[in-house]
Design a protein. Sequence first.
Length: 291
Amino acid sequence: MLRKLPDKISRFLIYLTAFGVSALMSIMLIHIIKESIPAFSELGIKMFLPSTEWRPVSANPQFGLLPAITGTLYVSFIAVVLALIFGVACACFLNFYLPEKIAAVFLAFIDLVAGIPSVIFGFIGLTVLVKSFATQFHMAAGQCILAAGIVLAIMLLPFVISTCHESIRVARTQYEMTALALGFSREITLVKIIFPAIRPGIVAGAMMAFGRALGETMAVMMVIGNSPIFPKLLGRGQTLPSLTALEMGSIEYGSLHLSALYVANVVLLVILLAVLGISYLLKRRFAKHEF
């Protein structure tokens, strides 16, 4: 009995933690949905029409969320595409063209980048990238969707690189020696054999990066311009997290304005769940390639 006691205590603590996390998430979800009901009841589909603007404090208030929704998806898409392009290339370079010890040093620094606070990325983007955009493209301020996408892509790189690096490392142990023995060059092995084999890893990295991008607030808010208009690549825009962060602290409790912000967060959760669902389906689709 005494020998089994530590195992029972550990199992109880694990179950208790799992139950506590699930209960906390359920309470948060119920609270968000409950607070969004007044806006859904009074405004309904109007919040998602292209003709409805976000003017919550005007004489005739409007609560259009479609510009912020499109801005969120636009910035996240740009960031994920850029992060995938450079992240997969970096993972290939670390695996195939650097000695293992040197690659381990670079990976350690890349992992450290993931721990840098987002406000630092936003500050650097505001003082360097935004200033460069204003100079090179003759913009009034330089804050735009593209700047937000680039800053966010840099923040996503560690997640993409780590995921792809591990997938490539496993694939090399499976296929590289056989391919080289058959006379394939390193580049042909990488393009024709390794890349098709690591599709599940690339998909996982992309989905994880997209989910991370959807919820990023501070760095994006500092460089995107925060204008509730439909986004353009070199124009200002706004995302759902930045909209919530900017306005949540100055709203009267119980107002329709506050309820509309809760609706924005419900939409963000729905998008995130959709991304996770697509990720699950794609991983099942590529299950035959996993190791």
